[in-house]
Design a protein around this ligand. Sequence first.
Ligand SMILES: NC(=O)c1ccc[n+]([C@@H]2O[C@H](COP(=O)([O-])OP(=O)(O)OC[C@H]3O[C@@H](n4cnc5c(N)ncnc54)[C@H](O)[C@@H]3O)[C@@H](O)[C@H]2O)c1
Length: 130
Amino acid sequence: MSLAKKRILVTGTDGFIGSHFTEMLVRTGAKVRALSLYNSFNNWGWLEDVEVLSDIEIVTGDIRDAHFVKKISRDVDMIFHLAALIAIPYSYVAPDNYVQTNIGGTLNVMQAAKRVLFSPKTSLPIYRWE
Ligand SMILES: NC(=O)c1ccc[n+]([C@@H]2O[C@H](COP(=O)([O-])OP(=O)(O)OC[C@H]3O[C@@H](n4cnc5c(N)ncnc54)[C@H](O)[C@@H]3O)[C@@H](O)[C@H]2O)c1
């Protein structure tokens, strides 16, 4: 399946995997809306170093906000969901945060999509909007 010219929402683009994946998608010709977790410094994390930054639509927000997720998913063909809390030590300190982000946030993304596919090559979950 060609991703060129597809409108794609990627979450977690301020992160390690999401930033590199976004750059790859843009170089493939996709139109990417990149979600970066909001912070008061207006910093986009790893995404700041992406060479194709001017070709990306960047939105800041939080996947724990169902209305927000629904809004930014409305006019895309596909969603790649890479936003997550990954640090195991901190999950013992603030477990609620992990449940709200990794479970609740993922549920919000899935509810914003109508069809869920799994890419056989990457095993990355792909959430697709019909
Ligand atoms: N890095 C790896 O080697 C690796 C390997 C296999 C799977 N993964 C998976 O890929 C995903 C991304 O991993 P990563 O290494 O890029 O992690 P990362 O921490 O670099 O990126 C995750 C991003 O999610 C964002 N985020 C966290 N909470 C959010 C929220 N509430 N709303 C919006 N954004 C939020 C963070 O700001 C962060 O930049 C994770 O699900 C991880 O388990 C990573």
